[in-house]
Design a protein around this ligand. Structure first.
Ligand SMILES: NC(=O)c1ccc[n+]([C@@H]2O[C@H](COP(=O)([O-])OP(=O)(O)OC[C@H]3O[C@@H](n4cnc5c(N)ncnc54)[C@H](OP(=O)(O)O)[C@@H]3O)[C@@H](O)[C@H]2O)c1
Length: 256
């Protein structure tokens, strides 16, 4: 039974894995046997994640590049294929919001958020799909947000980009299903990651508690509480699941 969760022999790229959810998912995939290429823009953070995987007996390398840089993204996929022979699993995790209302969002600010949360994910998926299609097997996992489903008052570009990411997930699933690639998304709720766009929310006890009470489980998620979802979607356990958005939000989206 545990064999269907094994990722032995697979190579995974996790973008934005120097901290937070990306780091936790990289560690989880490595624990299940995958060789994990750890990405972020800065070498220091990703080297720490790589070293944590290696210290736990896993297999990992670190590859710094900005996912929004088309030239760097293409070079990174080529490098992974050359170094490891194949790239089987892409986790499009790098992303953030700016907490701005529509009225205070400039065109440039809109473009930045759509650029990192949607455009870069599309480009990496397209680049990674080339080898996956050639080999007839692949897993693409896009990290969306509960904000694709229920909006916050101030995060317009983020809500829109993540909703676009989920639409893209369905479209790519339909296009690449016949090629042996599944494309799914995970939509996390409010997670206790150490230092991200929600740090100011969590610093305010009243707001922190308000978000906790909005969930069925009455708490924020922990950074490692996407581990089961990503391992499921990365391997044979999810072989007949594609175009799906797995909401991991402690029940926020089902509670009035
Ligand atoms: N935490 C939550 O509650 C939550 C909820 C719903 C959805 N999400 C989604 O989950 C994902 C991870 O969130 P998080 O809270 O773990 O974020 P985080 O703690 O802010 O970490 C973001 C990661 O992405 C990297 N990064 C940012 N821009 C990048 C770029 N252009 N190219 C490469 N790497 C980049 C950062 O490293 P460098 O700065 O070194 O590049 C860092 O490793 C995001 O897509 C976010 O929208 C998070």
């Amino acid at each position: 039974m545990t064999q269907i969760f094994s990722l032995d022999g697979k190579v995974a790229l996790v973008t934005g894995a120097s901290r937070g959810l990306g780091r936790a998912m990289a560690l989880a995939l490595a624990r299940c046997g995958a060789t994990v290429v750890v990405n972020g823009r800065n070498m220091d953070g990703i080297a720490a994640t790589r070293d944590a995987i290696l210290a736990a007996g896993g297999k990992a390398s670190a590859l710094a590049f900005d996912t929004t840089d088309a030239t760097a993204a293409a070079a990174a996929i080529d490098r992974i294929e050359a170094d490891h022979g194949h790239l089987d699993i892409l986790v499009n995790n790098a992303g953030y919001g700016n907490g701005r209302t529509a009225s205070e969002t400039s065109d440039a600010q809109w473009d930045e958020i759509v650029g990192v949360d949607l455009n870069a994910c599309f480009r990496l998926a397209r680049l990674a799909s080339v080898g996956m299609i050639r080999r007839g097997w692949g897993r693409i996992i896009n990290i969306s947000s509960i904000n694709a489903h229920i909006a916050r008052e101030a995060n317009t570009s983020y809500c829109a980009a993540k909703a676009g990411l989920e639409g893209m997930t369905r479209a790519l699933a339909v296009e690449w299903g016949p090629k042996g690639i599944t494309v799914n998304a995970i939509a996390p709720g409010y997670m206790m990651t150490p230092d991200n766009m929600d740090t100011p929310l969590r610093a305010d006890p009243a707001k922190r508690d308000w978000f906790a009470q909005r969930t069925a489980l009455r708490r924020w998620g922990q950074a490692d509480e996407l581990d089961g979802a990503v391992v499921f979607l990365a391997g044979d356990a999810s072989a007949y699941c594609t175009g799906h958005v797995l909401i991991v939000d402690g029940g926020m989206s089902v509670k009035i």
